[in-house]
Design a protein around this ligand. Structure first.
Ligand code: ZN
Ligand code: ZN
Ligand code: FE
Length: 758
């Protein structure tokens, strides 16, 4: 023992297990001549270190600054302890079962070290599709239980060969304790089948797949979190056939390209977008199309953007390296069902869609769709937060009890809380069928198990008929807390920004059940985490046909027109009105007058739909938000012109839609181009809501504005409103960690419920 040696105990919590943290520490200790040991603990890792005070300082600096890409230290404590007389630095044996509360890493794209081995003919893993190390590979999707050990993953069926085992056991190796470690000799393999489960023999399955794709066939490819359906994105016939078979009329397909260079042949890529595309999470990023381009026009019809991702598994790299500008890589599911993960299930469910199947024999325990993001208003914005991010928690300002929040109906995700962590699940989907509902239940059980969470209460939406609400009601023995939909949106945004109320909350979306039984969606709330009041909203308008009015925006158009003009709207010179038969028009007017199946709504999403139909952009939609998206896409340079707008002072401020509708009708009559009208409409909303915030600030003294809800996926509105409010000295909070849409709502439910319980 040297005389100037001191000893410290260091506890680090966060994502520090299964991410190469201990080998990193081992190598760091050797670099600075530090003695001692490191061990996994219940919350992270514990280190005993001995050395000179200078070496210890350098060691501690590198520990936080140079930690492995996947590791995340959420907090760290250091204290002085007596010297232990260690002769070297070692990794203490993990004590296994007792460690249940460490954070689990998400699935991670193949790293550069593994990639260079993959393409090195001299490497023993040359072209092996399952190459991985502690810095990359599958995690969340292959874990069945904790601790994160090979036996608790779907790799338990593969016994490591001698060479793999020696890497696994060597603390200085990149594959030390890499649970999915494998090679050609001992690990999983790919097999190519036709749709009748016959093995296609005598070819390299990966090369065979590229040949089939080149010929225009569709192939179901098993990936990390589920199956993709792939076709050559340049082959229009193949893309159309896939649309027909998948019953997916127009919703854009995501594509995958080998490199940024290839992406730039068909889309513009900014430096922020490049960072996002190449991040280890490898999300689908929405990129502006470059026109003209070589991809089939049916990849993303009537959309200015392509959803693009780079390869994230070694298999993807092998498939894309030589051929293809891009492959369509869309979720392997039938419409509205969860993505297929099991081999037999895939044959059963996808054999009407895919011509061939590229399967492998490593099981996926938990499905996880690709995440979808875009850059808007200067930050990255989630449209779907799933693979690559889950189960990294949202870090909260203060501790909350262990809670389960069941989310909403569409784009469902669930949320579990524990301490200062809120774990939002991967994308579950629209809870409208039994398959998705059972996936929902399975995800809750699975996450409760691997995160070791036993909820003391359950939060759900206010809507009496949501399946997620019904589920909450089936849980016996714990209290149920119902949270109003738009309040939950605002609290979700407050939670990720770590702020408390009260705030002015702009909660704009398509549908949410109001406390008065009407359908809300254009709401300005004065909100705190545990309660809210409604300060302003769009005035109520009937939705003739209820759910049908969501699918068929022409119904909403007639409803807004009737509200503005009464029956005189029939005489207006609007082509999209005259395209509707007199009989149909009369039925709708009758429904509105007699209040037949016409619930009232204050939804801003429906207002967008109505305006889109009025401009003849779209009279029916095949996916949620389609008309609104196309209206946004149409807007070019932002107008400085606005339509007249006004609100009425009633029990709250009621925004009247009629003056805006009348302005649009006048412009349509004058033959003003739809692109101009769309810009003017967006600008009108920006001015209108800025004014309302101004009025509410006068009334309440609040100057913090929180913006949430699916309508804020509209980047013109998000950007315009944020800029306008900030110019007027408001502090504006938006989403950048969870989606603004219903995919982020479970977080708000959980936090609101926690506040209500106090
Ligand atoms: Zn790697
Ligand atoms: Zn091996
Ligand atoms: Fe919503």
């Amino acid at each position: 023992m040297k005389e100037n040696y001191i000893a410290k105990r260091l506890e680090a919590n966060g994502i520090v297990q299964g991410v190469g943290f201990r080998p990193f520490v081992y190598q760091l200790a050797n670099r600075y001549g530090i003695k001692g040991e490191i061990a996994n603990t219940s919350a992270g890792v514990s280190l005993h270190i001995e050395g000179t005070s200078n070496d210890i300082d350098l060691f501690c600096r590198d520990l936080t600054e140079k930690c492995p890409p996947l590791a995340k230290i959420t907090d760290m404590s250091i204290r002085s302890v007596p010297l232990g007389g260690y002769k070297d630095f070692s990794i203490a044996k993990s004590k296994g079962q007792q460690f249940r509360s460490t954070l689990i890493s998400p699935d991670v794209a193949v790293c550069d070290d593994c990639l260079s081995e993959l393409f090195n003919p001299d490497d023993r893993r040359f072209q092996y599709p399952f190459i991985n190390c502690t810095n990359c590979g599958p995690r969340y999707t292959i874990i069945d239980d904790i601790p994160y050990d090979r036996l608790n993953t779907s790799m338990k069926h593969f016994t490591m060969c001698e060479m793999c085992q020696s890497e696994y056991d060597n603390p200085s190796n990149r594959r030390f304790h890499a649970q999915p470690n494998a090679c050609k000799v001992c690990g999983p393999h790919v097999t190519l089948y036709d749709a009748r489960k016959n093995v296609i023999e005598a070819v390299d399955p990966v090369k065979g797949t590229t040949v089939l794709l080149k010929k225009g066939y569709s192939v179901a490819i098993k990936g990390l979190g589920g199956f993709h359906l792939a076709v050559d994105a340049e082959n229009g016939d193949a893309v159309c056939r896939l649309r027909e078979r998948k019953h997916r009329e127009e919703k854009p397909f995501a594509v995958m390209s080998y490199s940024i260079g290839r992406v730039e042949e068909y889309a513009d890529v900014s430096s922020e977008e490049k960072t996002l595309l190449t991040s280890f999470q490898r999300p689908i990023v929405l990129l502006k199309k470059r026109e003209p381009n070589q991809l089939s026009k049916d990849v993303a019809p009537r959309n200015r953007y392509f959803g693009v991702m780079l390869p994230y598994t070694p298999l993807h790299y092998l498939l894309l390296q030589h051929d293809f500008l891009a492959l369509v890589m869309t979720s392997g599911n039938c419409i509205e069902e969860p993505i297929a993960i099991d081999n037999d299930e895939a044959f059963e469910r996808l054999s009407d869609i895919a011509d061939y199947f590229l399967m492998h024999n490593r099981d996926i325990y938990l499905r996880s769709d690709d995440s979808v993001e875009r850059i808007a208003a200067g930050s990255k914005r989630y449209i779907r937060r799933s693979r690559g991010y889950v189960p990294i928690p949202v870090f909260l300002k203060q501790e909350v009890p262990q809670l389960l929040a069941c989310g909403a109906e569409l784009k469902n995700t669930i949320c579990l809380t524990k301490g200062k962590n809120a774990f939002l699940s991967q994308h579950i989907g629209d809870l409208e069928n039994l398959e998705t509902y059972s996936f929902f239940k399975m995800t809750i059980e699975h996450m409760e198990r691997i995160l070791d969470i036993d909820p003391v209460a359950v939060a759900c939406d206010f809507h009496p008929d949501y399946l997620s609400t019904h589920y909450a009601q089936t849980l016996s023995g714990i209290p149920i807390i119902q949270v109003q939909h738009h309040h939950a949106h605002i609290v979700s945004c407050m939670a990720e920004n770590q702020i408390d109320g009260p705030v002015i909350g702009l909660s704009f979306d398509g549908t949410g059940y109001g406390t008065d039984g009407c359908i809300w969606g254009g709401e300005i709330l004065i909100a705190e985490t545990g309660n809210f009041s409604r300060a302003a909203a769009l005035s109520y308008i009937p939705m003739p046909g209820a759910a049908a009015a969501i699918r068929e925006p022409w119904r909403m158009m007639l409803s807004y027109l009737y509200d503005a003009y009464g029956e005189a709207f029939i005489d207006l010179n609007i082509p999209s009105v005259h395209e509707i038969s007199v009989k149909k028009r009369n039925v709708i007017v009758d429904m509105i007058l007699k209040k037949i199946n016409s619930p009232l709504t204050s939804s801003l999403g429906r207002f967008f739909d109505g305006v889109a139909a009025l401009l003849g952009i779209r009279s029916r939609v095949s996916f949620e938000g389609q008309a609104a998206i196309e209206l946004e896409m149409l807007a070019e340079d932002m107008s400085s012109d606005v339509y007249d707008y006004e609100w009425a002072e009633e029990d709250m401020l009621r925004v009247l839609t009629a003056p805006i509708i009348k302005g649009i009708v006048r412009d349509v009559g004058k033959g003003i181009p739809s692109a101009v009208i769309s810009s003017k409409f967006h600008m009108t909303l920006i001015r209108l809501f800025s004014d309302l915030c101004w009025v509410l600030r006068e009334k309440t003294g609040l100057d913090r504005v929180v913006m949430s809800g699916g309508v804020f996926q509209n980047s013109l509105l998000l950007d315009g409103l944020k800029t306008s409010l900030e110019k007027n000295r408001f502090q504006v909070f938006t989403h950048s960690q969870v989606p603004a849409n219903d995919g982020g709502i479970a977080l708000g439910q959980a936090l609101a419920a926690a506040a209500m319980m106090q």
